[in-house]
Ligand binder design. Structure first.
Ligand code: ASP
Length: 295
């Protein structure tokens, strides 16, 4: 069988690019390590999982350590993985683990289900010997206290209006066998209601792959869910180039007030990123050449 060209792209959210150097460092490390695994013949699934674990461990991103806190001051996290041969695993509103993406992989490989949520997802993680870990950082606690003071203890209905930083992380890779894999991990939106699950672990919304390609989306989760952004973009890849599919999806999203961004790879190995927000941080490597967002 002819070996395919491998490639990997990672993003650090479609919000503004605060602390660009820290973001650039995290994305460069995650993408390079993921690419190294691909060139050693490892699967794209292993590569995207590892890349996301690195981003989850980098506190500037809103995933894993440094996740934003909900109304109750708790970091409830979402994560999912999917492959172009239709394997999927996700966790929603999980607490007290360091790498939600690793738990999502256990859901994919050790259960008959696609998605586990809340306390029972945590219980499952413990059964898989995932240790206890508190992902809330001092920085995120400080932001939470400040917002709580400004808004009181009430749920702020127009939560999207004060969210400017969508900092979810995502990775898409294609390996030498042509398998495309996606991983997305998110700390959600600050001050969301406890129990809220965003687009990240819902198949077709924040994360989707099939034989035409794969996409990881970031941005305002509720709108991404309504408009099935990842599925929409991958479906367009069936008849359009990756770039045209991504651009068409972004203009559609803009017309429907869906602030978001995406990264993707199609079946021909074309790598793409697009957003309708002010900025999105990303990094990709293909044929040994690294490209990074401008800052
Ligand atoms: N999509 C995520 C969510 O709504 C947020 C983000 O992309 O940063 O949960």
């Amino acid at each position: 069988m002819k070996k395919r060209t491998c490639a990997i792209i990672c993003h650090g959210g479609a919000g503004g690019i605060s602390f660009p150097q820290r973001r650039a460092n995290g994305l460069t490390k995650a993408t390079s390590i993921g690419y190294g695994m691909l060139t050693q013949g490892r699967s794209s699934l292993d590569a995207v999982q590892r890349a996301i674990e690195i981003l989850e461990d980098t506190s500037i991103f809103n995933a894993g350590t440094g996740s934003s806190l909900n109304l109750a001051g708790v970091a409830e996290m979402d994560a999912a993985l999917m492959t172009s041969d239709m394997r999927f695993g996700g966790v929603g509103a999980i607490t007290d683990v360091r790498n939600p993406i690793a738990v999502a992989r256990f859901v994919m490989e050790r259960t008959d289900h696609l998605l586990l949520c809340g306390d029972q997802a945590l219980r499952f993680a413990r059964l898989m010997n995932v240790p206890r870990y508190n992902p809330a950082t001092k920085e995120k606690k400080r932001i939470w206290r400040r917002q709580k003071k400004a808004r009181g203890n009430r749920y702020f209905k127009k939560v999207k209006n004060f969210v400017t930083h969508y900092g979810t992380v995502g990775a898409v890779a294609v390996d030498t066998r042509g398998l495309i894999s996606i991983a997305t991990s998110s700390g959600g939106i600050t001050f969301r209601l406890p129990g809220r699950v965003g687009d990240t672990p819902l198949i077709g919304t924040g994360t989707y792959a099939d034989r035409h390609g794969g996409v990881s989306a970031t941005g305002h989760g509720e709108q991404i869910m309504r408009h099935m952004i990842a599925f929409r973009a991958v479906s367009l890849m069936q008849r359009l180039s990756a770039r045209a599919a991504a651009q068409k999806t972004m203009s559609y999203a803009k017309r429907h007030q869906c602030a978001c961004g995406l990264i993707g790879i199609d079946k021909r190995g074309a790598v793409v990123w697009a957003h309708n927000t002010k900025a999105m941080s990303w990094c990709f490597i293909k044929k040994g050449t690294l490209r990074l967002f401008k800052y």
